[in-house]
Design a protein around this ligand. Structure first.
Ligand code: UD1
Ligand code: CA
Length: 478
């Protein structure tokens, strides 16, 4: 739904004192993405980014940089004097809208469907203020909702944790920090907020009692799932939100036909996509924008970040893959390292302790053991022997190695780039290749073998005789 009459304000200026971190709170990550990015993503499903206003303050430059690509607008709150003050700073930006929704940058699990429900309820109730609430197991730390009467949709006040009277400690309904306001009454009374409270701040929550006193309608709607509106104020809370989000991601993938054994041990970022019939073994990390095809198997302890894997790919144990692509039917690992911009072709094999970087391997190419392929092209069907190294760096510049199709590079060869090996050529094991090799040739560059029969036995005999003579001349007792 796009409604130019509606703006969304996201409060994100706070420092996050309770995190004890130098990083601004809203840039702390869950599910591999900053808290604020989750909230912006949800808000963008309700209104266009041009109608989303993010209030920034603490380390505003870092926050601004992190959200620049989203197209949202920014409002400066130079001094952070509370949530009410954050909205006061946004007053100019929102005055042209009939209504606003207020979201908190540190309440990241909120779903667009729930925001939509709040907005619909707000309109149907013709309220000046509508508060999204929940009833979690443990309400400690949150503002509590004081209903006008039991069972009534109307709210008398929001009471912050520190201001709870003894008889209010039992109140279980909490304020989510997410609201809808009709802009006119909000702006008319926003200046009446005071700092006479435990924190000496302007509390947006005080608007509930203020508006009601002014004869405006203030209501609340309870979210079906309290887990969605939990805040991240401490590292422990942040980690538990991360866990909840990852559990939801794993559940989404499993519902779509992906097998994830021991999902509690896997770290899967929110944007990962996996086709059905793929199996993820325990202790796997799938990070960033990783996409995996069908019928793949990712074995334990592998970490895959921002990669695209085709269908029927096997990644064996303990591989590290970053910013790379692997085509269908390929076999990777165990203990392989694909560094950025590696492109592994269909049915290719990358084996134990093979490292690639900016390497393109063709269909069915194989590098099965202990190789380094950096800045290299390897044609279809070519076999790279154990211990082969493309020497890509001369201490200053990087150079490319080009190996054609169906070539065979013998074990322990070094290819000093820039250099090329033509289609169908063979490089003898232990060679150091410094000149281009044409197609269908043999290149060998190693010393000829010398064999002296009986030499070792004769040496052994000489040595043993010397030892016996030495022992004879030694003084007694030594
Ligand atoms: C707030 C609510 C509380 C509610 C809880 C839900 C108030 C006074 N209390 O408490 O009732 O249960 O959220 O999560 O609002 N911010 C600014 N500028 C400021 C201060 C804060 O932009 O000057 C931003 C923060 O970055 C944060 C959000 O507002 O994203 C909420 O602030 P926070 O200090 O975390 O409020 P809580 O104590 O959690
Ligand atoms: Ca908070």
């Amino acid at each position: 739904m796009q409604d130019a009459k509606l703006a969304i304000v996201i409060m994100a200026a706070g420092k996050g004192t309770r995190l004890k971190s130098r990083r601004p709170k809203v840039l702390h990550e869950i599910g591999g993405k900053p808290l604020l990015s989750h909230v912006i993503a949800a808000a963008s499903r309700i209104v266009a980014p041009g109608h989303i206003y993010v209030v920034v303050g603490h380390q505003a430059d870092r926050v601004r940089e992190a959200v620049a690509h989203t197209g949202v607008r920014l409002v400066e709150q130079a001094e952070q004097r509370g949530t009410g003050h954050a909205i006061q700073c946004a007053a100019g930006a929102i005055s042209g809208y009939g209504n606003i929704l207020v979201l908190s940058g540190d309440v990241p699990l909120i779903r667009p469907e729930t925001i939509e429900q709040l907005w619909q309820f707000h309109q149907s109730q013709q309220a000046a203020m509508t508060i999204l609430t929940a009833a979690p197991e443990d309400p400690t730390g949150y503002g509590r909702i004081l209903r006008a009467a039991p069972g009534s949709p109307e709210v008398a006040a929001i009471v912050e944790q520190k201001s709870l009277a003894p008889d209010q400690l039992g109140l279980r309904e909490i304020n989510s920090g997410i609201y809808a306001f009709r802009t006119a009454p909000l702006l008319a009374h926003l200046g009446e907020l005071t700092t006479g409270n435990a924190h000496g701040e302007f509390y947006l929550t005080d608007m509930a009692a203020l508006l009601r006193k002014a004869g405006e309608r203030v209501v609340a709607i309870e979210a079906a799932d309290a887990a969605e509106i939990l805040g991240a104020n401490t590292i422990a809370e942040l980690v538990s939100l991360d866990q909840a989000l990852r559990a939801a991601t794993a559940a989404r993938l499993m519902a779509a036909g992906v097998t994830i054994f021991r999902p509690d041990t896997c770290v899967i970022d929110a944007e990962v996509e996996i086709a059905p019939d793929t199996v993820i073994e325990p202790y796997v990390q799938l990070l960033g924008k990783t996409t995996i095809g069908t019928e793949c198997r990712i074995r334990s302890y592998s970490v895959i970040e921002n990669c695209t894997l085709g269908d029927d790919v096997l990644v064996r144990q303990s591989c590290v893959l970053a910013e790379s692509s692997v085509a269908g039917g390929a076999r990777i690992g165990p203990f392989a390292h694909l560094r950025p911009e590696s492109r592994i072709g269909e049915n290719a094999h990358i084996g134990n302790f093979v490292e690639t970087k900016k390497a393109v391997l063709g269909k069915g190419a194989k590098a099965n053991h202990l190789a380094y392929l950096g800045d290299a092209e390897v044609g279809d069907g070519t076999n790279i022997g154990a211990g082969v190294i493309t020497v890509n760096y001369d201490g200053v510049l990087k150079h490319r190695t080009r190996i054609g199709k169906n070539a065979f590079i013998g074990s322990d060869s070094t290819l000093i780039a820039p250099v090329s090996v033509g289609d169908g050529s063979l490089v003898g094991a232990g060679s150091c290749i410094t000149h281009d090799v044409p197609a269908d040739a043999l290149a060998v560059s190693r010393a000829r073998q010398v064999t002296k029969e009986g030499w070792a036995a004769a040496r052994r005999a000489r040595r043993q005789q010397s030892k016996a003579e030495q022992n004879k001349t030694k003084p007694e007792g030594e």
